[in-house]
Design a protein around this ligand. Sequence first.
Ligand code: GLA
Length: 385
Amino acid sequence: MSDPHAICTDFSAHFALRPRILVRAPGRVNLIGEHTDYNEGFVLPMAIDRATYVAARGRPDQTIRIYSSQFAQEDQFSLHGIERHPNSTWPNYVRGVIKGLLARDLPMIGADLLISSDVPIGSGLSSSAALEVAVGYALQVLNNINLLGEELALLAQGAENSFVGVQCGIMDQFVAALGRANHALLIDCRDLSYRPIPISPDVRVIVCDSGVHHDLADSAYNERRATCNTAVRLLKTRIPRLSALRDLRPADLESHADLLPPDVYMRVRHVVTENQRTLDAAAALEQADLATFGQLMNESHRSMRDDYAISTPEIDLLCDLAHAVPGCYGSRLTGGGFGGSTVSLVTLSAVEAFTQQVAQGYQAQTGREPTILVCRPSEGVGRLM
Ligand code: GLA
């Protein structure tokens, strides 16, 4: 549900009072730069016009009550001693963020929160970051706390790392907090500097959700991250200045390849080449050179499939189907991988043909219907009321 009026009515139905504020935080799609954020590299995501909404009102006590419209479930806890929810995942995103705020010694009151979202879960569109950032922002407003966008993003990432247990990088939370309408953000994940890059109004960014999400995706993600850390440790024995894979030049990788087991070498090669592709793609987008941008997307996909080994047959099929549509500049897996979605850049006049052909082809070959979203680059977190 994304109608502000309906969300507020729903809040009143649950908590018997009107909400005081309504906050919106968007999902995101990454155009290029995958698994580079936790290697202190570059990413190029955009916030999308699908979002998580939090209607909220302060309480005079120290209790937090939450109702999730999506799950039709409630959660309630005290601000004193927040623990992990024993058997449900979504409350942990909220609990983790609030615990993070408390850890900063910020005085906080209790609150009633109603959460509603139209970011599909498990599609690689960062429904979790949208939730974390929306909740963090809402509590910040209720408690007159003033965090910068970067700080809010770090707080949200910290919640996911330590409370939910996914060792994600900063990309999703950063763009949920600081996304810009009609732009993608080129983010340097080392120093968190960023540059908004306009997306031409003549193209659309299309997300195709494969409908396949692997249960082990989170642990496989953590495993990739651990492999990158191992690679840094091994390479450091000969390149002492190396503090993250971001520092590794392609030539360095080739001269020290003997230090790495073959699969580790391939993972590192993805990261090193993906960083360069992301910078090149941002430059191409800035010059509205969409053909080059599309080629880099395609190369990125091959690298994720062959070197980083995070694609699936369904995702590869979606990319192949996209490549066959005239007017599609490029297509690739987006997000953490092991299922989820592809992102494609498509010229405006080809959007309808793209949607039809990809949907038909996918259904014919897998028996599944993909969910296809034509996304608009949207604004980061903000208050609607
Ligand atoms: C997930 C993580 C991000 C990033 C991507 C891969 O979305 O949350 O931090 O690592 O995967 O690029």
